[in-house]
Write a protein that binds this ligand. Structure first.
Ligand code: NDP
Length: 401
């Protein structure tokens, strides 16, 4: 029985809090804090309707370390779950250190003024957290998160050595809107417009954004174009699995999304530097975010499925083997259960699971941890029990590309 403080009342925060309330034996008391308190209150009302559980809500600007520390001290949680934006990661980690409480998130730190995310800033907390006897778990979403757990479970049970790893992220969902992003638009657009990067033979290979396309036939979705991209878990996978010769990440995009993205980029709307407009400075991508639909509003509109998994090649008992581990999640079923579409659902459920494993002491340690460092078995079990069942199958041959 443990208290938890969740920060961030977006789509992911909403799913995580609903799922925590459904597991009241682990999460004895939930407080949800975010910049806009009305969003916390709307989630609290939905949680009460769906589960009967009453949660507390609070207004919080998590960029303010002192205010965050004060709220943590007032709530006295066993764990702070950061589901705000990557910009807040370091501030919330500082507040957790000041208040002496464990920390967890789903996305690694990214400075506002540079479209660059990497773990180094958060790994730098290792000594301070360890000396304080605290644990920080980084990236307990789907990707990053479940994809690293899939790889770790593959290494533990299916392959003696992994040679190559491909992460395939397909969102076969359709909102019926010409252009919408399925998680925070600013973070999403910064991610997809960055140069592609993959790990090969001990070094990073860079290429232009969204330039390398392959077609893949996804179970329960069908054939989709997927594009080579850089993604957060590549960094931790390359660090913790030096044996893997090549690690790549692929994400599907529809032609309409890419057409809109190209135009928005060409006219400068995805820029992250300030521009003077009518006497004031605006950042184009933030203005664009204000125009685009909020991811949390896409729930009732989205139909179709997501299919995310890992394909690993390697050796088992001396023989070559290729294994595919994946989850398929239905947008409409996710919406029926928590009022949020599958992209929020596939992130919020692993956030709940990571938090549950920390609170129950099944995952414990002192310092900063990535998903690859912890036993994948209890996490894989909980995925099956809490709405994200996975399948594993042998493929006849490695990917042909
Ligand atoms: P949303 O934009 O829907 O929600 C973010 C929430 O954080 C909003 O409620 C926002 O408040 C709040 N927030 C923003 N800044 C602050 C602040 N300074 N203080 C307090 N609250 C703040 O995003 P999502 O729910 O889609 O995503 C949440 C996180 O999950 C992001 O970090 C995202 O990168 C990550 N993610 C991870 C994935 C994974 O698989 N690992 C996949 C998808 C997302 P307000 O409403 O007032 O703006």
């Amino acid at each position: 029985m443990s208290k938890v403080l969740v920060i961030g009342a977006g789509g992911v925060g909403s799913v995580a809090v609903h799922k925590m309330a459904m597991n009241a034996d682990i999460f004895s008391h939930i407080t949800l804090a975010s910049r806009t308190k009305s969003k916390c209150d709307a989630i609290a009302a939905s949680v009460k309707d769906r589960t009967g559980v009453v949660i507390d809500t609070a207004a919080l600007d998590a960029d303010d370390v002192a205010a965050t520390t004060a709220l943590i001290k007032a709530v006295q949680p066993a764990l702070v779950v950061n589901l705000a934006l990557p910009y807040q990661d370091l501030n919330i980690m500082d507040a957790c250190l000041a208040a002496g409480v464990n920390y967890m998130d789903t996305a690694n730190y990214e400075p506002r003024d540079e479209a660059k995310f990497e773990y180094s800033w958060q790994w730098a907390y290792q000594d301070r957290l360890r000396d304080a006897g605290l644990m920080a778990l980084l990236g307990s979403g789907f990707d990053p998160g479940v994809t690293s757990v899939f790889a770790t479970w593959t290494k533990k049970h299916l392959l003696d050595r992994i040679d190559t790893l491909d992460i395939l992220d397909c969102n076969g969902g359709d909102t019926g809107l010409p252009f919408a992003t399925n998680f925070n638009p600013e973070i999403n657009l910064r991610e997809v417009t960055a140069p592609s990067r993959h790990w090969e033979n001990g070094q990073w290979i860079e290429g232009p954004a969204l330039a390398h396309k392959q077609v893949f036939d996804f179970d329960q979705v069908g054939e989709k174009n997927m594009y080579l991209m850089y993604h957060e878990e590549l960094e931790s996978l390359a660090k913790f699995y030096p044996e893997i010769k090549r690690i790549r990440f692929w994400m599907t995009f529809g032609d309409s999304y890419l057409k809109h993205l190209e135009v928005l980029e060409n006219v400068g709307m995805t820029r992250i530097d300030p521009v003077r407009f009518q006497g004031q400075e605006i950042i184009p991508i933030q203005f664009l975010k204000a125009l685009l639909p909020e991811p949390a509003s896409l729930g009732p509109l989205t139909k179709g499925k997501t299919n995310i998994g890992t394909i690993a090649t390697g050796v088992k008992d001396g023989a070559a083997r290729t294994v595919y581990v994946n989850n398929v999640c239905d947008h409409e079923e996710a919406y029926a259960e928590t009022g949020n579409q599958a992209v929020s659902y596939t992130t919020g459920v692993p956030a709940m699971i990571g938090a549950a494993l920390m609170l129950t002491g099944q995952w414990k340690g002192e310092g900063v941890f990535n998903m690859e460092q912890l036993d994948p078995d209890p996490f894989m079990d909980m995925l099956n029990k809490h709405g994200l069942p996975w399948k594993v199958r042998d493929l006849d041959a490695p990917l042909a590309f």
